[in-house]
Design a protein around this ligand. Structure first.
Ligand SMILES: Cc1cc2nc3c(=O)[nH]c(=O)nc-3n(C[C@H](O)[C@H](O)[C@H](O)COP(=O)(O)O)c2cc1C
Length: 338
């Protein structure tokens, strides 16, 4: 797949996820064949005010490329200014506009998916941001605000006419949040409506779901969010399945514990032991999901405040499961393949 002039090395993309797709997790997911990774959404207001925390969230390394920075806001000029600032200062591969966030704190201000209620605003934002930068600008949107206002196919045409380089469609409306299954027909209609790449998103939890989405919609790529929580293997397994038809096995306990260990190590290189421990709790919980005694292990992990303690817990757990921990020298079972 190509987005503008940018080569995307696999059709399986890691979705932006607030509090999850930080620098370390993006590095890991690129190693697991994510064709493109994104920062979590960042406020355009925070960017132009050079808010320290906002800018910290945008730190990335060369090995994460191709990488998109996702921005949100309600003011077209501020969005354009922040996109120009980021393009100049950080040189991401693309800027992605968030037209999908359903969280009231964001939509009340007219940002995120609330923009979908106002076609004029959609056009104004896309036009100004595209004109402000010389890298591809993409949009990630929900199918519409409600079942009665499905706008993705029509808006994708408008976006294409204004120079947007690709659109991602999550097949759910803002109103249903996550309640009903994602609707592939909206993604198919969007693909029909435009020539730019369309990326399908929603409910890909297994490689076969990715195949089905492409078969049902003709979309150019698929994007995975919740399915990749503690499970970057899904990116590689889905890509491999799409390319070869072969279904690779799920990661085993050793794969999971070793990656969990390595994730903690990487986090510790970046943050101090206490902060690393705090930030890793939810990730470790996700890695251990479905493993023997996972809830007891999660409780233990949640009560530890230092990464050293977490290593000990993981080492004891590995012994209990008769798993050899090799992560002290990182040993991914899938090497970087794209
Ligand atoms: C924890 C979490 C954080 C998310 N943060 C963002 C975000 O920052 N930007 C965005 O566009 N979507 C965000 N999303 C939505 C996902 O990118 C995706 O569109 C949605 O979860 C549907 O995909 P899935 O069925 O694969 O989870 C988030 C989702 C989750 C679960």
């Amino acid at each position: 797949m190509k987005i503008g002039p940018l080569d995307i090395p696999s059709r399986v993309l890691l979705a932006p996820m607030a509090g999850v797709t930080d620098h370390i997790y993006r590095v890991i997911c690129r190693e697991f064949s994510a064709g493109l990774v994104y920062t979590e959404f960042v406020s355009s207001n925070g960017i132009i005010r050079e808010n320290e925390r906002t800018l910290e969230m945008l730190h990335f390394e060369e090995r994460e490329r191709p990488i998109g920075i996702q921005i949100f806001g309600d003011d077209a000029d501020i969005l354009a200014e922040s996109a120009a600032y980021l393009t100049e200062s950080l040189e991401p591969d693309l800027i992605d506009l968030n037209f999908g966030c359903p969280v009231p704190k964001v939509t009340k201000k007219g940002a995120g998916s609330a923009i979908l209620k106002d076609q004029g605003k959609v056009g104004e934002v896309c036009e100004k941001v595209v004109n402000a930068v010389d890298i591809p600008v993409t949009v990630k949107m929900r199918s519409g605000w409600s079942d009665k206002e499905i706008v993705a196919p029509e808006y994708a045409q408008l976006m294409e006419s204004l120079g947007i380089a690709a659109v991602t469609v999550h097949g759910r409306t803002t109103q249903i949040r996550y309640e009903k299954p994602s609707d592939n027909t909206v993604i198919a209609a969007t693909k029909e409506a435009v020539d730019i790449p369309v990326i399908g998103n929603g409910d890909i939890l297994q490689p076969e779901d990715g195949r089905r989405m492409i078969d049902e919609t003709g979309c150019d790529g698929v994007m995975i969010a919740r399915g990749a929580l503690g499970n970057p293997w899904i990116l590689h397994r889905t890509n491999h399945y799409l390319e070869t038809g072969e279904l690779l096995p799920e990661p085993d306990y050793a794969d999971r514990l070793n990656l969990c260990f390595r994730h903690l190590q990487l986090k510790e290189e970046e943050k101090d032991s206490t902060l690393a421990a705090m930030l890793m709790k939810k990730n470790i919980g996700w890695y251990l999901k479905g493993m023997p005694n996972a809830s007891t292990m999660r409780q233990l992990i949640n009560t530890s405040d230092e990464s050293q303690e977490m290593y000990e817990i993981l080492r004891d757990y590995a012994k209990e499961l008769n798993v050899k921990l090799t992560a002290e020298e990182p040993a991914l079972s899938y090497q970087k393949s794209v």
